[in-house]
Design a binder for this molecule. Sequence first.
Ligand SMILES: O=C(O)CCC(=O)C(=O)O
Length: 226
Amino acid sequence: MEPHRIPSVPDSMYYIPNFISEEEETSILNKIPQNHWITLTHRRLQAVPAKLTATNTLITSTPLPPYLTSPILPRFTDLDIFSGAPHGVNHCLINEYLPGQGIMPHEDGAAYHPVVATVSLGGTVVLDVVEKGCEGARKWRILQEPRSLLVTMGEAYTETLHGIQEVREDCDLNAETVANWGLLGDREVFVASGGVNERTTRISLTYRDVKKVSTIGSKIFGRGKT
Ligand SMILES: O=C(O)CCC(=O)C(=O)O
């Protein structure tokens, strides 16, 4: 992963452009079930295989569906991304953002093993990362291109917040303002546009390992239904 490390951010964030191909991106987008969306005020989402409970437990007997695992999870294994996680990867949040939509700065927290891997589909977006707490905290901008992978772990996971501004354009994108500029797949797009990214619909797949897992509840619910 060393060649993919984003310089200047806390240890460790990694960016890999073209992690999946255009064909793989289209195939995943076509397989996302359209009747499972939960609509929030500023985006819509699907928690797969299930939402966590109030005690941050994943209650399920269903693994991630094949369209979310192949070809992505074997590539995580090749890169050793979740090698220290108790269950490997057992959860994926699918977020959809229309132009002008975003997500408030937040941390992913202790419910998960402290590694998150995000695959971007569709549009390009800037993820804002900010040090927790103190005034005058350091900030970074991470540009996420379609089909890219962003991995956050270690201090970057525990000591920073991340969010996406609710704007229709990301502006002022250049080598000085974008932390992963040198790692981008196609910088020329942003040079040609004068440093502007016009937002289009973006879907992100955020893969994690939920620490607390139970299959008991789902077995009881399953039996109850039959
Ligand atoms: O869409 C993204 O890249 C960020 C998603 C996110 O922050 C989250 O799922 O917690």
